[in-house]
Design a protein around this ligand. Sequence first.
Ligand code: AMP
Length: 129
Amino acid sequence: MSIFTKIINGEIPSYKIAEDDTYFAFLDINPNAKGHTLVVPKREENKLFDLSKDEYLGLMDFSYRVAKAIEKTIPCKRVGMSVIGLEVPHVHVHLIPLNAMADIQFSKKEQLTNEEFVALAEGISGNFK
Ligand code: AMP
């Protein structure tokens, strides 16, 4: 079972943004930038392009809605998107508020307090439609 499945099942905590029957969004615990969010299909699949076309398009649709909420909440030039998955073998879309190229390069990390994570999750979640 992946660490993200444990998060979805509530076995380990996360700063949840939104969920529906099929998808789940939460803050990345080691963010590139404030508001860095992960969107995952609840069904555990390793690689993005091993998803069915429907599940892939559904993931993109859910990510679009989460990105809109991030844009409303976090001052940034734009929201970037990336799918990597070399660390956690459970498909996840990275949505990252960008102000500079460095924000999408996974080298510069932000240290946030629990209170900051909670406030970010509440803010983004409150703007999710
Ligand atoms: P990658 O598989 O390379 O796309 O990276 C996995 C991402 O998951 C990294 O950005 C981690 O910071 C993030 N991550 C790993 N464990 C957790 C967790 N328990 N809660 C939130 N994010 C996590």
